[in-house]
Design a protein around this ligand. Structure first.
Ligand SMILES: C[S@@+](CC[C@H](N)C(=O)[O-])C[C@H]1O[C@@H](n2cnc3c(N)ncnc32)[C@H](O)[C@@H]1O
Length: 248
C-alpha cells in the first residue's frame, strides 16, 4: 500500500484504469497523510472510516494503509465526481493496492450523509472531510460527522488554512464533546498586517490574550498555518437545543 503512495508522490502523476497518465493535483501531502496514518495505526479500535472527497485517492490510500490487517475494517467514500472529473483513479488506486474493503457513494455529501445517518448514529470511528470547501458546506459535513462519530472517534479536516474551514474548526473546538488531537502545519510567512497585530498582542497580559483567543486555533498559529486538523470526540454530544457559543 505504502509503495503505491510513494510511487505516486515521487512521480507526481497518477494513472487511469485505461493507462492514461495524469499530473497529480488536489491531493493531501505526505505530512497530512501521515497524520491520518498515525492516528489509525496508533488506535487499533479504528475500523469503520468515512471519507468525503476522494479525488485521485491519496487520502483514501493513507487511510487504507492504516486499516490494513484489521478484519473488521471498512472504508466508506463519498465523492459525486469520482467517475467523471477523477476518471475513477481514486478507487482504481485502492484496488491496485489490494484494498477491497470500501464502498463508494457517488453522491454529493449533502445528500449522502443524511442517508448514512438514517442507518444509525455513531457508526464510524474516524471521519475525514476534504470535499466542497465553503464555510456552510464544511459545516454541514461536520454536523453529520459529529452525529456519525462514536465517542472516542476522530474527526479529521483538511485545508484548515482556508478561512472558511478554519472558521468551522474554531467553532467545533468549542463543543464540549471535542478536543484538539493533532495537526500538520504548513509554514508560510505571515502577511505583514497580521504579523504586526500578532506582535502587538504579544505585549498584552497572557490572561487577556487567552480570553480573546480562547481555544481559537489562531492562538497557536504563530507564523504557521495548520493545514490538517484532527479532533477527538471525547464524549457523546450532549449539547442542549439552546446551546450556542459566540466566542469564536
Ligand atoms: C481536494 S479534493 C480531495 C482530495 C483527496 N482527499 C486526496 O487527498 O486526494 C476535493 C474532492 O471533493 C469532491 N467533492 C466536491 N463536491 C463535493 C460534494 N458536494 N460532496 C462530496 N464531495 C465533493 C471532489 O470531487 C474532489 O474529489
Amino acid at each position: 500500500m505504502e509503495k503505491i503512495i510513494d510511487d505516486i508522490l515521487a512521480a507526481g502523476e497518477v494513472e487511469t484504469p485505461a493507462g492514461e497518465k495524469i499530473p497529480l493535483h488536489s491531493a493531501i501531502s505526505r505530512e497530512e497523510g501521515n497524520l491520518l496514518l498515525d492516528l489509525i495505526r496508533n488506535d487499533p479500535s479504528i475500523c469503520k472510516t468515512l471519507e468525503i472527497g476522494c479525488a485521485y485517492g491519496l487520502s483514501s490510500l493513507f487511510i487504507a494503509a492504516g486499516l490494513a490487517g484489521r478484519p473488521a475494517a471498512h472504508h466508506t467514500i463519498i465523492d459525486p465526481f469520482q467517475h467523471t472529473s477523477w476518471k475513477g483513479v481514486g478507487i482504481h488506486n485502492l484496488k491496485r493496492a489490494g484494498f477491497e474493503a470500501f464502498t463508494l457513494v457517488g453522491k454529493k455529501s449533502e445528500f449522502a450523509l443524511p442517508e448514512i445517518l438514517e442507518n444509525g448514529e455513531e457508526a464510524f470511528d474516524l471521519v475525514f472531510i476534504d470535499g466542497f470547501h465553503t464555510f456552510d458546506h464544511t459545516l454541514v459535513d461536520c454536523f453529520y460527522a459529529t452525529r456519525l462519530l462514536r465517542p472516542g472517534g476522530y474527526l479529521v479536516v483538511d485545508d484548515v488554512s482556508m478561512p472558511s474551514i478554519r472558521k468551522v474548526l474554531d467553532y467545533l473546538l468549542l463543543y464540549p464533546c471535542y478536543s484538539f488531537a493533532g495537526a500538520t502545519t504548513t509554514t508560510r510567512p505571515m502577511p505583514l498586517k497580521k504579523r504586526t497585530v500578532h506582535s502587538m498582542l504579544g505585549v498584552l497580559p497572557q490572561k487577556f490574550r487567552d480570553k480573546v483567543f480562547n481555544r481559537s486555533l489562531l492562538h497557536n498559529m504563530e507564523s504557521e498555518v495548520q493545514s490538517m486538523v484532527a479532533l477527538k470526540k471525547t464524549a457523546p454530544d450532549m449539547r442542549s437545543w439552546s446551546w450556542f457559543s459566540g466566542n469564536f
